[in-house]
Design a protein around this ligand. Sequence first.
Ligand code: AMP
Ligand code: ZN
Ligand code: FE
Ligand code: FE
Length: 304
Amino acid sequence: MSDALWVDLHTHTSASDGDLSPAELVDAAKGLGLGAVAVTDHDTVEGISEAMTRGMAIGFEVIPGVEISVEVGKGGTFHLLGFYVEVNNPELRSTLHRLQRARSERNDRILECLTELGMPLDREVLARCAGDGQMGRPHMAQAMVQQGYVASVEEAFSRYLRKGAPAYVDKFRMGPKAAISMIRRAKGVPVLAHPYTLKCPTELELEFLVARLEEEAGLMGIEVLYPDHAPQQAAHYRYLANKYGLVMTGGTDFHGKTKPDVLLGWGRGDLRVPYAWAEALRQRVGEIRGSTGRFVLDKTRRRG
Ligand code: AMP
Ligand code: ZN
Ligand code: FE
Ligand code: FE
């Protein structure tokens, strides 16, 4: 097994709510002996250029990506990963700006809720927690811990910030099909992230959704390996990937301190995402871009 090479295809940096800078993340991934790392920050590609530059400087493969929160019914959460998106694509950039504005307005409303609940957050504490990147609930949770309102980030989420909790405020999200087709127009590979968070009541319901998104919008992949996936869930996602011709991806969703039990590369210790999955992803990019680099809608690999 000594020549086995593993990758991490889902990570966050300080450009969103991770705490390593993009360059630090790339150094850490190389230090662990990984074969590649994908940078998939929430609603932003601002960390990509630093990560790619660092990767080139130290001879390490960096896969550009993004993670977008998408509209979904009921109590679930739908995150879409977009690998190899062209970061300067004008539509991608303007869409991300719109999502960032929505996030910022939502953040203001959460802060108002926390104030009403008797937990005003100090601007400076919050700014220190958020750093230069996109602010998210994890930063507010950290500030709540620092101000002594809760004992841990986990408690901040479970009592106040999780969906349905008293300080939760929703934000504008794109519809799944619009998000998938936008990623494809930005020449990226759209992948359904951590499918368990959709909270589909049955395996069949998830299958219908995946089939529909593949057929109607051009979904190209599914995240099979993830620290919170039970083996049985991962097996079902693998089955869906095979059945619908989707690439399999896997990653830790590494954030650093806000998810202290999740390690880069290995998740809770036992995650192993094969390098071949990164290669398969790259192959799909080649297919959608064609030799001229132009966007070609790929129907040839579809079923039937
Ligand atoms: P936001 O982008 O502001 O909606 O925040 C979403 C992020 O919050 C997720 O990507 C996770 O990093 C984090 N998060 C969500 N739920 C929890 C939780 N229960 N404990 C810790 N972090 C969480
Ligand atoms: Zn996050
Ligand atoms: Fe996510
Ligand atoms: Fe994530």
